[in-house]
Ligand binder design. Structure first.
Ligand SMILES: Cc1cc2nc3c(=O)[nH]c(=O)nc-3n(C[C@H](O)[C@H](O)[C@H](O)COP(=O)(O)OP(=O)(O)OC[C@H]3O[C@@H](n4cnc5c(N)ncnc54)[C@H](O)[C@@H]3O)c2cc1C
Length: 130
């Protein structure tokens, strides 16, 4: 294991690191993680330590009520008060929740109160919304 090591090249039998080392490798496993874009944390919006915008159950910023955040940019609490993981499966339902909330506030309609959950499929979420 070579933690916190930037890689500059991968060949069939070796990996080259940014500090110039060559690591022999019969197999190289290449994985990826993802992080929140730094844009939100650079604003005056209330954000978490990871840079996600803190929102209520309608995806509205808790510090700026005219701002809605969805997807990876938002810290969305799901069932059991656990944050939804960053994923497409969470991003799509949060987008729908924000759209429904904005429309309801503009038209005087019913504001959605059901918490977002990570959807296993679009049809699953559509059934929840019905
Ligand atoms: C390798 C990988 C594999 C993944 N696999 C899965 C998976 O199997 N299932 C799953 O559910 N999720 C998966 N994810 C996670 C999923 O892709 C993200 O959670 C999801 O795309 C987040 O959607 P988003 O709309 O919030 O952000 P994004 O999809 O990142 O969209 C943000 C957009 O904003 C644009 N942007 C950035 N800055 C600016 C700016 N200043 N002005 C204008 N536009 C800007 C970007 O170009 C981008 O198009 C994976 C992610 C990665 C990296």
């Amino acid at each position: 294991m070579h933690e916190h090591t930037a890689v500059t090249a991968v060949a069939a039998d070796r990996v080259t690191t940014a500090d110039g080392r060559t690591l022999p490798a019969a197999v190289t496993l290449w994985t990826a993680g993802f992080a929140v874009h730094p844009l939100a944390a650079a604003t005056t919006l209330e954000t978490t330590g990871t840079g996600q915008i803190v929102v209520d159950d309608t995806m509205r910023s808790v510090s700026h009520p005219d701002v809605y955040a969805i997807g990876d940019a938002a810290l969305v609490m799901g069932p059991g008060d656990k944050p939804l993981r960053m994923s497409c499966a969470s991003g799509v339902p949060t987008a729908w929740q924000a759209a429904d909330s904005v429309a309801a506030r503009l038209t005087g309609g019913k504001i959605p109160t059901r918490r977002c959950a990570t959807s296993t499929s679009v049809s699953h979420w559509a059934a929840r919304r019905a």
